[in-house]
Design a protein around this ligand. Structure first.
Ligand SMILES: Cc1cc2nc3c(=O)[nH]c(=O)nc-3n(C[C@H](O)[C@H](O)[C@H](O)COP(=O)(O)OP(=O)(O)OC[C@H]3O[C@@H](n4cnc5c(N)ncnc54)[C@H](O)[C@@H]3O)c2cc1C
Length: 408
């Protein structure tokens, strides 16, 4: 058995395989797994890099089973049932679980991939923080022009959370650690192509998120697709807007990697799967999480942690059925709801049964859920300490120190 990708889906599968006492290889390009939902806090200095990452080997040790190989799975020989890694190492499998996630989507916008800063990996978060520090320092040192333009593209949960965190950071730094910069010298803009923020949430929650961001002096421009990115500016239909830092969080796509070459895709570009999440024509292989076009009814499932975790567990249950000669069952996703936070005591939550929360209640639910979902006691303790320091003492938590050049 080979599992490719140590994100939410791959790790959920590995944990259940270990519980069954089945051996599996886990292939992952990094030696750690990343908790993506809190990356924006790493990028804006609220959390340390180590708080949102966990070593895979420690996880497997705790699971009590499973072998790890760090590397990039480069190709699959479907006839030989063999995965080849970059560098040439091969792993044979009887069953294969593809859980390789997605990658930032740039929608073909010229220069967006070169000049925009995505927020998808720990390396991205480190780079973003480094650039943020550089931009602030440059503005502070420039006696003729102090103004800083921070622009976030994409009004989904990641964009909303990042814009909110940047606004809190500005309030902590302007006039204090940066006496050269006033609050009005740091502008934060959130650009969204759709007519409203958080398009996947109820319109009432979208309106609340916009109100809360605007209350924090974030300029929200909906119906504003970025047509082109230039050095120091973005081009909208309404004209050019200056940009010193461009966070690109406009969406994700399943990239066309050699590993996935030749596999059928859905209209949205995800891997086509049968109702039981197997690859059509390859019943020995499953595709799980962000990379797969799993459906609930006619719509594809959102690319979120819960569908990925549930898919990982589903695949192992089906492998058990297959090995005992039974037919695999279709995947049924249980929607537990979605959340996004705007900042201190402001969040939105859309829960099961149509329940909607905003404000402090949603924010506390968001804090609690993310603490519970984080891997590792040390990580939880560190995040709790940083949040307590930040939200109670109203001080910058982990700090705006540019991290050392790239982890991994
Ligand atoms: C900034 C951000 C914030 C988010 N916030 C939320 C949130 O608040 N709530 C929520 O529910 N969801 C959130 N999500 C989405 C959620 O993180 C994803 O839906 C989830 O991680 C998908 O899990 P996955 O296992 O499919 O993929 P991933 O978690 O992306 O894992 C895929 C893994 O595969 C590895 N990999 C890829 N290709 C190869 C290869 N060829 N060889 C070896 N390894 C490979 C990657 O390195 C990666 O570790 C957020 C995502 C981002 C980027």
């Amino acid at each position: 058995m080979v599992v490719i990708g140590a994100g939410f889906a791959g790790l959920a599968a590995m944990a259940d395989l270990a519980r069954l006492g089945w051996d599996a290889w886990l292939v992952e390009r990094q030696p750690y797994t990343t908790f993506q939902p809190l990356l924006y806090q790493v990028a804006t200095g609220g959390l340390n890099l180590e708080d949102v990452a966990f070593p895979i080997r420690s996880l497997l040790r705790r699971m009590g089973r499973g072998r790890f190989v760090q590397g990039v799975a480069a190709s699959v020989d479907w006839d030989l049932r063999q995965v080849t890694l970059e560098g040439g190492q091969t792993l044979s499998y009887d069953h294969l679980l593809l859980a390789t996630g997605a990658a930032p989507k740039f929608f073909g916008v010229p220069s967006a991939a070169e000049l925009g800063l995505p927020l998808h990996t720990l390396v991205d978060a480190a780079r973003l923080r480094t650039r943020l520090v550089a931009v602030l320092e440059r503005a502070a040192a420039d006696h003729t022009q102090h103004r800083v333009h921070l622009v976030v593209v994409g009004g989904g949960p990641t964009g909303v959370e990042t814009a909110g965190a940047l606004a809190e950071l500005r309030d902590l730094l302007a006039g204090r650690d940066y006496p050269e910069l006033g609050r009005d010298d740091i502008s934060i803009e959130l650009l969204e192509a759709a007519p409203r923020l958080l398009p996947s949430f109820h319109p009432e929650l979208s309106r609340y998120a916009r109100r809360e961001l605007e209350r924090r002096s974030v300029v929200v421009l909906t119906g504003s697709a970025v047509r082109q990115v230039q050095e120091g500016a973005v081009l909208l239909d309404s004209g050019l807007r200056p940009t010193d830092l461009l966070v690109w969080s406009a969406g994700v796509e399943v990239a066309d990697s050699p590993l996935l070459r030749g596999l059928a895709r859905t209209a949205s570009g995800r891997l086509d799967v049968t109702p039981s999440l197997q690859l059509p024509g390859h019943p020995e292989a499953f595709a799980l999480g962000d990379c797969a076009g799993a459906r609930a009814g006619t719509a594809e499932l959102p690319q979120l942690a819960q569908p990925a975790i549930q898919a990982g567990r589903h695949a192992v249950r089906q492998l058990r059925r297959i090995r005992s000669g039974q037919e695999p069952l279709p995947f049924r996703y249980r929607d537990r709801g979605t959340m996004a936070t705007i900042g201190r005591r402001a969040a939105v939550a859309q829960l099961r049964g149509g329940l909607r929360l905003t404000g402090t209640a949603a924010w506390l639910a968001w804090l609690g859920l993310h603490l519970v979902e984080l891997l590792g006691v040390r990580n939880r303790a560190s995040v709790l300490l940083n949040w307590t320091w930040h939200y109670l003492a109203w001080r910058q938590a982990a700090g705006l120190i540019p991290p050392a050049p790239g982890p991994g």
